[in-house]
Design a protein around this ligand. Structure first.
Ligand SMILES: [Zn+2]
Length: 722
């Protein structure tokens, strides 16, 4: 019993070490040496750039004021800067949406030089729902402090340009606009982008350009505190998320994407304010950006081309890494060595089969209990994400669930079987998702030789050392993964805990007192799940995301509220919302309540038809619009105010996201001559005056997010015969 609880305490200790013992930098104050990056100075810059901390999306007046303040900061450092303005459209091949808008970038010539340019990027715009102090005001301020430090250090061969993009939140329009200039595009030699998701946590190097082994070496040599893994690269390329780096990756030049990730409850909400930013995140992100920029500007960029690496940081202190091409052969070697160790001590096939079944059973039990316990908390709380504001209780519940699963499977487990699974999964990952391979491979590489050379007494020590390596890696992932989506994504928690505990099974197998320990652990896991369900799901610090929309269509008006979570009672009563959300054609899922007769001025749209071509002259009062068209019309290209952009295959919508779009000239070219009516959604920020009562009914623990509250008008545009 003592051994079982000691091992549980060890795991808890490693979790706490990952959370609080990570190697993070000391925050430097305003009087730090000039060549150093200082979060203290960055905070002062950020305060000046943000001014009154208002939302400043692309095309807004506040956006213009933010740019003026950035230009003033650059002028104070004697950095020549200019702006570039124009209509930009950008579509990644996998999007069915072609967004456009008028953007203004700031291009600052930090230092001259020869050869290709090192491009530093951050976006100056914010979402409409919040002031964007972290996302990406912090990036802007970090770039300004980095520029100052680079100038103070002097030297460098490559020219350095800082690009403060506009319209990143409107789908990367500013970064794409910069690339429309063929000379600027051809001059780019390497890119560093600086971002934030939430307002605390380590600064992760979460994405690089392809062929990154040398880039990771450069990061490892220059950056004092690591937070990176080839797994992030693997995950990010499978997600629909993008940053300004996406359009740049097509250039095939070395590229680094940094973001601090933590407390994402504040991300893209009014709470993304300067006072909520952890200065340690600024310091770590700035140190990383400065170190990489400084090394890149003296590097032979052609020497940075290489194959990919597999890597992960350990507690922010170490960064073990291997060429990706080595992952498969090394995994096979580890597997063979562990199999050899097992062959020497074979003890009957029946036990071997049982032992081989335990690891997958452990993971399945972890995942299954995760669904049950999260489901229990959901049922009690009545909220889809019950642990959003108070995650501790569900975290404890899931932790005891994983411990229970380990207790259940430990007695029939075997050391060789467990480690064969580890090495076997390293082989599978090397083939299918190499970025994940080091999580299995690195512990296997420690375990394989130790298992081979030990028997009996020394075997226990070998298993303990191997388990420590696996636990530090997997419990670190368990702790670091939670800020991404919270415990709503509980399989990330239970699976990573399960793989960590897998390495402990052989040490738990013969421990005494497993039955009472299992009972206590199960009771605790259920008790904590109940406690999680009894907590309020939201708080003022971690509010519910709840946009309110007023929409008019076919002469009728509606209130729409996001369907992602339960509608608060006060809001339900304020406009007679029904109990359940419903699907609104072409718009998505919402709680819908009637709002009387339509009264907004209908947009004036003059329509001209060529053969396979439709021209629209917009005359509206909107802040932007989205135009929906049927897929069978097969959109080929869009021309907005004279700027032509090819549509990607299967594009069914175009957007124009800045207020000048209200009077845009739009020409759509289709592959098909049979044109169905188009659907035009024009929108303006905020609600009409009668929305005041809904705004007042939105609880204090709910906030607008992303594009925020909007007034929408939907108009059908008939296409005349050619
Ligand atoms: Zn951002």
């Amino acid at each position: 019993m003592v051994r079982l609880w000691s091992l549980a305490l060890l795991v808890a200790g490693i979790w706490l070490l990952s959370a609080y013992g990570q190697s993070r930098p000391e925050v430097l104050g305003p009087d730090a040496p000039a060549a150093q990056f200082s979060a203290g100075r960055t905070r002062a810059v950020l305060a000046r750039v943000l001014g009154p901390q208002l939302p400043h999306p692309a095309g807004s007046e506040e956006g213009q004021r933010v740019r003026a303040r950035i230009l003033k900061e650059l002028a104070a450092m004697d950095v020549p800067a200019r702006t570039q303005t124009g209509m930009s459209c950008y579509s990644a091949p996998r999007w069915h949406f072609l967004p456009c808008g008028t953007v203004t970038n700031i291009i600052a010539e930090v230092s001259p030089g020869s050869g290709k340019t090192i491009l530093l990027m951050a976006h100056a715009d914010s979402v409409a729902a919040g002031p964007g102090a972290a996302d990406d005001g912090s990036g802007v301020a970090i770039l300004l402090e980095t520029i100052r430090a680079l100038k103070a250090r002097g030297g460098g061969t490559h020219p350095v340009i800082a690009l403060f993009t506009d319209g990143e939140e409107a789908d990367l329009l500013g970064a794409a606009f910069y690339l429309r200039d063929p000379v600027a595009k051809a001059g780019i030699g390497a890119v560093i982008n600086v971002e934030a998701r939430g307002n605390e946590g380590p600064s992760y190097l979460f994405q690089t350009s392809g062929g990154n082994a040398r880039l990771i070496d450069l990061y490892a040599a220059g950056v004092p505190h690591y937070a990176t893994s080839s797994l992030y690269q693997e995950i990010y390329k499978r997600l629909p998320n993008d940053t300004d780096l996406t359009p740049m990756l097509g250039l095939g030049v070395p590229a680094y994407n940094f973001a601090f990730i933590g407390n994402s409850a504040h991300y893209h909400t009014p709470l993304d304010r300067q006072e909520n930013i952890d200065p340690r995140s600024l310091q770590q992100q700035g140190e990383a950006a400065l170190a990489v920029a400084d090394r890149l500007r003296t590097a032979d960029l052609t020497q940075l081309k290489s194959g990919d690496a597999v890597y992960l940081d350990v507690l922010g202190r170490w960064l073990p890494r291997l060429p990706m091409a080595f992952a498969l052969p090394l995994s096979v070697v580890a597997f063979v060595l562990i199999a050899l160790a097992g062959w020497r001590e074979r003890r009957g096939w029946k036990r071997a089969v049982m032992a081989a079944a335990m690891p997958p059973l452990l993971i399945a039990a972890c995942v299954g209990m995760g669904f049950l316990l999260h489901g229990l908390a959901v049922w009690i709380s009545g909220q889809a994400d019950p642990s959003f504001a108070h995650p501790l209780w569900l975290r404890l519940s899931l932790a005891f669930a994983a411990f229970s699963a380990a207790l259940l499977t430990a007695r029939c487990s075997g050391a060789i079987a467990c480690w064969l699974w580890f090495a076997g999964l390293a082989i599978v990952c090397s083939l299918l998702a190499p970025g994940l391979a080091p999580y299995f491979l690195f512990p296997s590489l420690v375990a394989a030789p130790l298992l081979l050379v030990t028997m009996r007494g020394a075997r226990k020590a070998a298993l303990f050392v191997s388990a420590l390596v696996a636990l530090v890696i997997w419990i670190g992932l368990n702790q670091g993964g939670e800020p991404i989506m919270g415990l709503k994504l509980h399989p990330l928690f239970t699976v990573s805990a399960g793989f960590g505990l897998l390495s402990l099974l052989p040490l738990m197998a013969k421990a005494s007192g497993w039955k009472p320990t299992l009972i206590v652990s199960l009771v605790l896991s259920v008790t904590f799940a109940v406690a999680a369900g009894l907590q309020p799901a939201y708080s003022e610090r971690a509010p519910q995301r709840l946009n309110l929309r007023y929409a008019e269509r076919d002469g009728k008006a509606f209130w729409l509220v996001d369907a992602g979570s339960r509608l608060p009672d006060r809001l339900r009563e304020a406009a007679n919302f029904p109990a359940l959300p419903q699907e609104v054609k072409d718009m998505g899922r919402f709680y819908v309540a009637p709002a009387g007769r339509a009264h907004l001025d209908a947009p004036h749209i003059a329509v001209h038809r060529g053969d396979n071509q439709v021209s629209l002259e917009m005359d509206t009062t909107a802040d932007g619009f989205v135009l929906l068209m049927p897929a069978r019309a097969r959109l080929q290209s869009v021309d907005i105010n004279g700027v032509q952009t090819a549509a990607s295959d299967g594009a069914t919508a175009i957007g124009c996201a800045t207020p000048d779009c209200a009077h845009a000239h739009v020409t759509l070219r289709f592959a098909s001559g049979t044109l169905a009516p188009l659907l035009l959604e024009t929108y303006a920020q905020g609600l009409p005056p009668e929305g005041a009562r809904l705004l007042a009914a939105r609880p204090r623990d709910a906030v607008p997010s992303q594009s925020g509250d909007r007034t929408i008008s939907v108009t059908k545009i008939e296409i005349p015969a050619p």
